[in-house]
Write a protein that binds this ligand. Structure first.
Ligand SMILES: Nc1nc2c(ncn2[C@@H]2O[C@H](COP(=O)(O)OP(=O)(O)OP(=O)(O)O)[C@@H](O)[C@H]2O)c(=O)[nH]1
Ligand SMILES: [K+]
Ligand SMILES: [Mg+2]
Length: 548
């Protein structure tokens, strides 16, 4: 809604000459930058739109960094403790200096011998790690030097691969602290520098973080799509398309339709915007699949008391996580577990059996159970088959299912699956007849007591979830990346609104219309974390031959 508030665009403010003055020249070495009032300007964007693929040339962003922040940072990049190898990462202008003082070729035997001079970059070197002052050997290991900008952070990076033991790690970390321009890195600071250096955009940063956190195959696939830059490419393409439309409109503003610019350009831009908006809306109407898959599908197990809900949770978890007894009303609190079902992250909640009760504690439990079912992404209703099966006295074929009144209202949504439990207590002929009564609803029969049918249930339930969430299947690598973070959704929704506002602006208010497009491009740019008005000019000059 806020898009109605906007600075009044004035003709001329964005004229070509004014914009040209905004161009910032890149200093020869972005790491050194231009010193201004104690800050280094470690800029600078390039003139072209950044390459969509993650492997494209790095596009450093304009950032103001204090001298202290730009110091060389170091950190243990592997978990602390006893293990084969520990990796200590050092990034910044003094990485090479650290090498010269701490990395010694294994051929140099005695203390005080000249350390290795210049390392060959991107190559593992067998070496001794020594103390920079005493020359004492701290460990034998490997060292590799990544020469900036061809490194993760785009700065000079040094990695020391040493033995993982508390004393070794702390002695090397202690030695690094002896360098006056080195300091321990803060959380995520390496990735932050990679972002600032233009190596990663925000979607890749998010992807990288999700990749480290991924616990299931689906999460790994989602995250790697983002980390490798597919999400980035997707949104950068979209932004580029909006900017192209803006370039058309700007051309009309600057030169006037019919003079140097051919007729029909305005309609052409409108048509394109219409399509772009439809594309964004399509992308948004994904039932939040990506976000749900990233955080875990919320699955609520519910049903009448004693149906076997807790038995189901234990079966899924493969351990006695919940208390199971023959007493109805055993479970009261919600018990949640994070599980992997068919490669999908699922947060399973066991709930109290739904029934009318005067017991105060159980009442609260029943309330919570209902809330859990209502807020869940999917629900699984567990019923005890002998309880719900009603058969006519002489005909096994006419068996029907009678649902308890407390269950029926919750069964109405199409997010609910049904599990008919305790088949071991029912004649097989009635089971089939009963199943037919559930009409189209996805249902399975099992005995959690004997294990009958549980394997088929688990397989099919996993498949049903995969279908529902349209999980990145075999050809997932080429598939369209999903929206995985609410942040991305917000910016996309804004972009869609701005495009609509453009379409709603009458043609004689073309300057305002251009503003809406600019906001739309900015909104999409915020997804990647790069916003650049300069792109308009570039697109304008690339797609038009005005100077003819
Ligand atoms: N015969 C038979 N008994 C079962 C089966 N599944 C569970 N039970 C028994 O049914 C009883 C209730 O199981 P629970 O898992 O505690 O049921 P619940 O739905 O969690 O019950 P509440 O938490 O009290 O609502 C226990 O005695 C189980 O051993 C089954 O497939 N066959
Ligand atoms: K029970
Ligand atoms: Mg229970």
């Amino acid at each position: 809604m806020f898009h109605h508030f906007r600075p009044t665009p004035r003709r001329g403010v964005f004229s070509r000459s004014a914009r040209l003055l905004l161009r910032v020249r890149s200093p020869p070495n972005p790491l050194i930058g231009i010193r201004q009032n104690g800050f280094s300007v470690c800029s600078i964007r390039t003139q072209q739109l950044p390459q969509p693929s993650g492997s494209g040339p790095a596009t450093p962003r304009t950032v103001l960094l204090s001298e202290a922040q730009r110091r060389t940072i170091y950190a243990l990049s592997t978990p602390p403790g006893k293990a084969g190898v520990a990796v200590i990462r050092i990034s910044g202008p003094d990485a090479l200096d650290v090498w010269r003082n701490m990395v010694m070729s294994t051929s140099a035997t005695s203390k005080g011998k000249a350390p290795e001079r210049g390392p060959e970059p991107w190559k593992m070197h067998r070496c001794r790690i020594v103390h920079p002052e005493s020359g004492e050997v701290l460990d034998d290991g490997l060292a590799v030097y990544f020469k900036g900008p061809k490194s993760f952070t785009t700065e000079d990076v040094l990695e020391l691969h040493i033995h993982s033991g508390r004393a070794i790690i702390s002695s090397v970390m202690g030695a690094l602290a002896r360098f006056p321009y080195c300091r321990p890195a803060e959380r995520g600071e390496f990735t932050r520098r990679a972002f600032e250096g233009g190596r990663l955009d925000l979607t890749q940063v998010e992807g990288l973080r999700d990749l480290v956190d991924a616990e299931t195959e689906t999460q790994r696939r989602l995250a790697i799509q983002a980390a490798r830059g597919q999400t980035r490419a997707r949104f950068e393409k979209l932004r580029e398309d909006i900017i192209k439309c803006l370039a058309l409109i700007e051309a009309i503003i600057d030169f006037g339709e019919g003079e140097e610019i051919e007729e029909g350009i305005y309609d052409q831009a409108r048509e394109r915007v219409l399509n772009l908006r439809a594309e964004i809306e399509r992308h948004l109407s994904d039932s939040r699949r990506g976000e749900i898959l990233r955080s875990g599908i919320k699955l609520a197990i519910f049903g009448p008391p004693n149906a076997g809900k807790s038995s189901l949770l234990n079966f899924l978890a493969q351990r006695e996580a919940a208390i199971v007894t023959s007493i109805p009303g055993t479970t009261r609190d919600i018990l949640e577990l994070s599980l992997d079902i068919g490669g999908l992250p699922v947060i399973v909640a066991d709930t109290a059996g739904l029934r009318k009760t005067d017991d105060l504690v159980e009442k609260i439990g029943v309330e919570r159970a209902k809330q859990t079912v209502e807020t869940a992404d999917v629900a699984l209703c567990v019923l005890s088959l002998p309880e719900v099966l009603k058969s006519a006295p002489n005909s096994a074929q006419s068996a029907t299912i009678h649902l308890p009144s407390s269950i029926e209202p919750l069964l109405s949504t199409d997010n609910t699956f049904v599990l008919l439990n305790k088949v071991d207590l029912v004649p097989p002929s009635q089971v089939d007849a009963a199943l037919q009564h559930l009409e189209g609803r996805k249902a399975w029969t099992v005995s959690l007591g004997t294990g009958e049918g549980t394997h088929t249930f688990l397989q099919n339930f996993g498949k049903a979830l995969q279908e529902r969430y349209d999980v990145l299947q075999d050809n997932w690598e080429g598939s369209e990346p999903l929206i995985t973070h609410a942040r991305q959704r917000v910016h996309l929704e804004n972009a869609s609104r701005f495009l609509q506002a453009f379409l709603d602006t009458p043609p004689d208010e073309i300057v305002f219309a251009a503003e809406e497009l600019r906001y739309a491009a900015q909104a999409v740019g915020k997804i990647s974390g790069l916003i650049d008005v300069e792109d308009v000019l570039d697109a304008l000059f690339r797609d038009f031959c005005i100077g003819k």
